[in-house]
Design a protein around this ligand. Structure first.
Ligand SMILES: [Zn+2]
Length: 260
């Protein structure tokens, strides 16, 4: 949904409240007292009631909105910004957008949502086709054309030197069916990407990170680097694509190329 579609659909508090209830129904409600997952919905006073012990759960409790006095419309608007717009939104912009008097509650709301999203991302494991690569960040401020742009870092492939921060990159990729119409388009689309800084790029460190990032039933493709030699212990399918010509790399790992 685009932002303008969002505004057409959820312009008032009642609609936003209904929408939030829909989301909550899908996620499910667990009774705090007895752990039961079956609830009745009480239209008045808008609460869930546990089928077992009759304990009541409000719409906001046990969610990120618990304890918040801000309207549902604020939360949904912030969520829409965080999930649909490519640019990030500042608390100040959002405060203006919502027409709220005080800055602090808007800042706190955004902060909570960002933490929540970060947690959700950290729990997500890449699946299906995953391409992996290792590289390092090189500070580009030493190059004359980049002077003034302090602290900008460029991703480069390879193992890097001792001092450089080494990173492991993993990206979900899906092959795109080739037709005459899309023959100039990339042959793959990239889904979620995960990147993590590592101290070492040996097989033990790589395996440790991989089991956090990638689902074990994924098909993982890497180059022939020895650090990947034990991936089979934790990933069911590991394909090695040995590339001798560096120019060919971008064809095998197009998502890495696009970062450069
Ligand atoms: Zn209960």
């Amino acid at each position: 949904m685009t932002l303008s579609e969002f505004y057409q659909k959820y312009s008032n508090e009642e609609e936003c409240k209904e929408k939030f209830k829909q989301i909550r129904d899908q996620v499910g409600v667990v009774c705090k007292k007895c752990g039961c997952k079956d609830h009745y919905w009480q239209q008045s006073p808008w609460q869930y009631e546990c089928k077992e012990c009759k304990f009541r759960t409000t719409l906001k409790s046990e969610t990120i909105l618990e304890g918040s006095k801000l309207p549902f419309r604020y939360w949904l608007t912030a969520m829409a910004y965080l999930t649909t717009s490519k640019k990030s939104i500042s608390a100040l912009q959002l405060q203006k957008e919502l027409g709220h008097k005080r800055y602090e509650p808007i800042w706190a709301m955004l902060h909570k949502l960002r933490l929540g999203m970060r947690y959700r991302d950290s729990q997500y494991k890449l699946t299906e086709y995953v391409e992996m690569d290792e590289g390092f960040f090189e500070k580009s401020d030493s190059e004359p054309e980049n002077q003034g742009k302090e602290g900008e870092a460029k991703y480069k492939r390879g193992r890097g030197s001792e001092r450089q921060a080494k990173v492991l990159v993993a990206a979900e990729s899906k092959p795109v069916e080739q037709t005459y119409k899309n023959r100039h388009k990339p042959k793959k689309t990239v889904g979620h990407i995960k990147m993590t800084v590592v101290d070492k790029l040996d097989s033990t460190s790589i395996n440790y990170e991989v089991q956090k990032m990638i689902s074990e039933d994924a098909e993982v493709k890497t180059d022939g680097y020895t650090g990947y030699s034990k991936l089979k212990q934790i990933i069911q399918t590991h394909d090695v694509e040995i590339i001798y010509d560096k120019r060919e790399v971008s064809k095998v790992f197009p998502w890495v190329h696009s970062n450069q």
